[in-house]
Design a protein around this ligand. Structure first.
Ligand code: PLP
Ligand code: COI
Length: 364
């Protein structure tokens, strides 16, 4: 039986003037909406206790599994307002399936797809005034579903209780100032994920482990770090929160193949499908970091970009590593293909072009 979220609306939501001030300049991940949803899974009982309540702190037992062994997984997707006022999200079934795949890897319970979708609908319906207006740049309402082991037990074993929640936060572009090319640091000392590890799961630990490399990049004047395969340091994996694509001179749109250490991004999956609209042949294969360095120098690689829900499509400019750097192919605003794919994706998400792929899902 599917979940019904019992609603206790926030009795004191933020006033319209304050909310509008936030929506005028939301940044990313800084301001939360008035509500949240949650549901609890208990071993032997399954999912229950589904509710929508006012946003606020939660009580956790200090022995809760998540605080010690990090059984935690999450998702990220956006709600977009279309010109007629309706609110939509992009391929949420894929997020639901990825949350289930992450749950399997981390031995957490799987939330049924229909319950995941209902949790988004209930939250966005309650927080509908928080969805930025259509045509207001690239603003959207970022949705952050997550799940963690909440039973109190210090032994190391699969959880017996899990809490699922979804919160929401209005968002502008993740990078201040919009789609300006970012500089990447090749992280050779720290890996984000290894063979047999959790790289393909969207679990919090992967992000904690990526921070050291990102910090090293920042100390070297870079915006983000690019991680390599942990065994040979030869092949390109991905960024800390984005997948990577290369546009080649011979008409290919190349991205590293999914080897188990890379997050299967939903933007990545969609860009691979959009390639044909740009007369590019999509190719998933291993990409050597040396091929990247050589390719931008020789002109065999015309453009490089990163993609993800928060980042949308972000042009990649220069590449730096310990003892060297490669020139940027991105100019001031990214190459033509990067900008074209970015605009195509945004036009679908924002409802400015016909949803010919059937990717959009109406929430409100
Ligand atoms: N890679 C990592 C590590 C991420 O965290 C994300 C963001 O969710 C992505 C790639 C892109 O995934 P998606 O396009 O589903 O947002
Ligand atoms: C997203 O793009 O939704 C992510 O989860 C990336 C996160 C690091 C902000």
């Amino acid at each position: 039986m599917s979940l019904t979220f019992a609603a206790t609306p926030n009795a004191a939501p933020l006033g319209a003037a304050e909310r509008d001030a936030i929506l005028a300049n939301p940044g990313f991940g800084q301001h939360m909406t008035d509500h949240m949803v949650r549901a609890t899974w208990r071993q032997g009982e399954g999912w229950g206790g589904a509710e929508l309540t006012a946003y606020g702190p939660i009580a956790l037992d200090p022995a809760a599994a998540v605080l010690h062994y990090a059984p935690e997984i999450f998702e990220g997707l956006k709600a977009y307002r279309h010109a007629d006022g309706s609110v939509w999200t992009f391929r949420p079934d894929k997020n639901a399936e990825r949350l289930q795949a992450s749950a399997r890897r981390m031995v957490l319970p799987e939330l049924p797809v229909e319950d995941f979708l209902e949790s988004l609908r209930v939250l966005v319906e309650a927080d509908e005034p928080w969805v930025p207006a259509a045509g207001d740049g690239e603003k959207s309402l970022y949705l952050r579903p997550f799940m963690f082991g909440s039973n109190a037990f210090l032994g190391l074993k699969p959880v017996t209780e899990a809490t699922y929640m979804c919160i929401a936060s209005p968002a502008a572009s993740i990078f201040v100032g919009g789609p300006k090319p970012i500089t990447l640091w090749i992280c050779e000392d720290y890996a984000r994920a290894g063979a047999g590890g959790t790289g393909a799961a969207k679990c919090g630990g992967n992000y904690a482990s990526a921070l050291r490399g990102q910090l090293e990049g920042a100390q070297n004047g870079c915006d983000q770090a690019i991680f390599l395969d942990s065994s040979t340091h030869t092949y390109v994996d991905e960024l800390g929160g984005m997948n990577v694509f290369f546009v080649t001179k011979d008409g290919k749109l190349v991205t590293p193949e999914l080897t188990g250490t890379i997050l299967p991004g939903i933007t990545r999956m969609s860009v691979l499908e959009l390639a044909k609209e740009f007369d590019l042949v999509a190719e998933e294969r291993k990409v050597e970091i040396q091929e990247w360095k050589d390719g931008v120098a020789s002109g065999d690689i015309l453009e490089v970009f990163a993609c993800g829900t928060a980042a949308i499509i972000t042009p990649i400019g220069g590449l730096k590593w310990n003892g060297g750097e490669a020139p940027s192919t991105a100019g001031e605003r990214g190459g033509e293909v990067t900008r074209g794919i970015r605009e195509r994706l945004l036009s679908l998400q924002q409802g400015r072009s016909e949803d010919s792929y059937g990717w959009m899902h109406r929430l409100v």
